[in-house]
Design a protein around this ligand. Sequence first.
Ligand code: TSJ
Length: 611
Amino acid sequence: MYIGGVGSAGLHHLVWEILDNAVDEAMNGYAHSIAVRLHDDSSSVTIADDGRGIPIDKHASSNTSALEVIFTTLHAGGKFEHGTYKTAGGLHGVGASVVNALSRELVATVKRDGAAWEMQFKQGKPVGGLKKIGPARGTGTTVFFRPDSTIFPKIEFDSTTIRERLEVASYLHRGVKIIFDDDAAGDQQVFQHEEGISDYLRKIIGERAAKPVHDVPFTLSKENGLRLDVALQWTEATEEHLRSYVNGIPTGSGGTHENGLRAGIGKAVRNFIDTHNLSPKGVTLTADDIREGMIGVLSVFIAEPQFQGQTKDRLNNPEMLSAVDSLVRPAIEAWLNQNPTIAESIVARIILAARAREASRAAQAEVTRKSSPSGRLNLPGKLSDCTNPGADSSELFVVEGDSAGGSAKQGRDRARQAILPLRGKVLNTESASLAKVLENKELSDLVTAIGTGLGPNFDIARLRYGKIIILADADSDGNHIATLLLTFIYRHLPQLIAGGHVYLAQPPLYRIDIGKETYWALDDGQRNAILKQHGNGRSNPEITRFKGLGEMMPKVLWETTLNPRTRRLLRVEIADQIVTDRVINELMGKDASARFRFIMDRAEQAEELDV
Ligand code: TSJ
């Protein structure tokens, strides 16, 4: 019996097993809601449904109840073995009896026929018999269990793992109400989705801030034979994103069901394009072009899934390829034919993908051509490189304007700080194609200096600086430029943000001279704080507002902004809150805080304390 080992996956599998039985009761139309409670010790769980209640009457022949059989006999009951039973549970081959055997204690409670019944188990063995514990209204089954710590080294469940699984289950089994009580956190959540995976698709598209190219998604649900649910929508996103599930289990590495879906989509779309003579001239459409920007959910329920791969998350049943393909292909073709407006938008999206691919290939060849034959980068002329590029401690300052670049060049630490001045406003890359981006001199210089390349050529090993630091004026123009640069990096070099390589410098806005002392303030708040703290009683404070970095003396720039021992940096992270393409335009000229999160970086200041 495969339970997934005694690690975290195996431990949580116990919950999924019990849960699946309750989901089955709901899918068979007898239960409407399922309640899952993670108790505050985090190592015991109660799962309840409002279904019929497991039968408790004793079979005349064996003198045992169905309930006892289910919990004490491996592969109990015909229910778990017959191929006709094609809903969630029972398909895993591991039943309640296995969970019971691996639990220090388990209590099953059944309400039916006006009474509540209870049976307790310890390490899989009944403790006493089936007891009537009193009258009860309604019907249902409740199972409490605590895993056996002599079997599982760690018996604490992870509430996030459970919550995410429950949420996905609520999408894959439309209509079922799933209530999760996380007692440890004192938190309750209710998951219920009448539209099933169409609702899931909408959520994924929202999370990814993808803009659909047609309004109504493609959906397909088959109940007889193979149970299959598909929801698809083409968007302006630059990649395909597909989530697939087998018997409610995520198949992150895909497999035959996913391949069947891809094959079906590819054939259907090609067929549609061919029969309507929509083939573009001069470009051939690849399978990737057809699925670029397509976001989808695929869920199948099958009797004997075979999983393979290191993480056992790839479906390997060969028959699934043709099974899914042959259901999906005609359905998509019919849908395209019946919805000409949608079909038109999708075909236009696909042709655009093909043309953009061709254009960016040409542009990338151009960038490669610019590199000298030795394979060394042809660095931009404006770059004042440091003597030690490639070191973790090396830094690239991307500076707004040539005059600020000059100050920074003189004020820097040559050994580890490189300066790249950029002139004027950078191209807004929010919706520009890769080809357009690479045509832009400022941005292609930046990419060359960084060294990693872009898109499919991106290679973090070729990163030339440990930190890429944007140095812009502390005013709204500077904010605008920083936003444009961050947008470019976010769209085309997101790995740099994820790797913690991207920073914003914090140049001061004010210089405050009080007597012999000089203070620097980043903003009005700091200025006021400095005046309050140091300004009273003594000689008149003299406040200078910097008009821009360009007028700052190299020494001052070093002291306030460049020197790792005294400066403050903001590390850029991608915020949880995702901004749509339209909102970014409104953001321009304000600040980027809605898309990016800035973390004060004081690591280097800690060094200062050691001196
Ligand atoms: F797996 C389990 F036993 F632990 C378990 C089963 C756990 C939970 C939370 C729920 C269930 C479960 C089982 N809920 N509902 C059922 N239904 C039946 O077992 C059942 C009830 C009535 C009849 C009938 O023919 O009248 C048949 C069945 C299989």
